[in-house]
Design a protein around this ligand. Structure first.
Ligand SMILES: *Cc1c(COP(=O)(O)O)cnc(C)c1O
Ligand code: SF4
Length: 331
């Protein structure tokens, strides 16, 4: 089978931390990196994201998101492999149904980039994924529950699937009368902008379902010309665009950094949606920003930005009926 351009670029993603360090003139910092962490969750950095990292800066906010470091090997109390107890919300393999009116399909375990803070880094994708596009059970579940009006394609990154498969899935979903919206959660427009192809825009334009894309960017440096161009193409196709970020120590835990991100996103036609409190996943404790600090940052943001550019600070709490706004959290 012939690979498309974006698939080739994805295949060529950087996958070796020593190589990364070498290319960024950071070989002197070798003691920081961890082979063990890289083995547990392999390095993956697509070229465009890599190009946005500033050479010679070990504390670069983009590098910090992808470099496996020794801090990941430290076990911290309260940080677990499945912090959201996601496995208990899977009525059928590959489908998470946690919130009444929307269901999330884990269509793949693959991502274009491996973010070291990811809460799904230990997720048993192999068990959860309906194999080779067998969606029967998930589709039957969606058909049976008329409460569900929105399906979220997630993963992993759903845009690692080919447009042919996605178009087919959208067709099957569109046949379910009570479904109104299809939401795509993807980091691809930002980290592998070549993924925003004509084929993608075409099948989105042709489905009866209203389609929404939620991109994932944590820092304005991620949004170079190529990413902005890809986003502009989605915007020109009248697809509602939102962004979610994760609040990360040493990467975006300042009002200035988040302001810059919100401003740039809005210029590109993207509305800031969620700012997630880090899910306490094993290996990511060094990224954690405590709630008191998070609230202070939010207060500053509300002073600087118009209300519609302030993302909602939320945390995912197992058992809750929706994501919980940080204002309501006690701890
Ligand atoms: C985040 C999430 C959703 C969507 O929640 P919204 O608040 O509508 O963005 C749905 N299902 C699961 C399992 C989620 O984690
Ligand atoms: S699921 Fe999202 S946050 Fe996690 S590694 Fe993939 S792209 Fe990164």
């Amino acid at each position: 089978m012939q690979l498309t351009n974006w698939q080739k670029i994805l295949q060529q993603a950087h996958n070796n931390h020593y190589h990364l360090m070498d290319r960024l003139h950071l070989t002197g910092n070798g003691v920081l990196v961890s082979d063990r962490a890289a083995e547990a969750f392999p390095v993956r950095v697509p070229e465009e994201f890599f190009r946005r990292i500033r050479p010679g800066e070990i504390s670069d906010p983009l590098l910090q998101q992808v470099l496996p470091i020794r801090a990941e090997d430290i076990k911290e109390e309260g940080f677990t492999p499945d912090p959201l107890s996601e496995s208990i919300y899977q009525p059928v393999p590959g489908l998470l149904h946690k919130y009444r009116h929307r269901a999330l399909l884990i269509v793949t375990g693959a991502c274009a980039i491996h973010c070291r803070y990811c809460f799904r880094r230990h997720f048993p994708y192999n068990e959860a994924n309906p194999s080779s596009g067998e969606w029967h059970r998930a589709l039957a579940y969606l058909r049976d529950d008329k409460n569900i009006t929105e399906v979220i394609l997630s993963g992993g990154d759903p845009l690692t699937l080919t447009d042919r498969r996605l178009a087919r899935l959208a067709e099957l979903l569109a046949e379910i009368p009570h479904l109104k919206r299809l939401r795509i959660h993807s980091r691809m427009p930002v980290v592998l902008p070549e993924r925003v192809t004509d084929d993608l825009l075409e099948w989105i334009a042709s489905t009866r379902l209203q389609t929404v894309i939620v991109i994932h960017s944590n820092h304005a440096n991620e949004l170079g010309d190529m990413a902005l161009e890809a986003i502009a193409r989605l915007h020109a196709a009248h697809i509602p665009l939102f962004n979610q970020s994760v609040l990360l120590r040493g990467i975006n835990n300042s009002a200035n950094t988040l302001t810059e991100l919100s401003e740039l996103l809005f210029e590109a036609g993207v509305i800031p949606y969620y700012l997630h409190m880090l899910d306490k996943v094993e290996g990511a404790a060094h990224f954690y920003v405590p709630l008191s600090e998070a609230r202070m940052i939010m207060q500053e943001l509300r002073v600087i930005l118009p209300g519609y550019l302030v993302p909602r600070l939320v945390r995912e709490i197992p058992g809750e009926l929706a994501k919980v706004p940080a204002e309501l959290l006690m701890i």
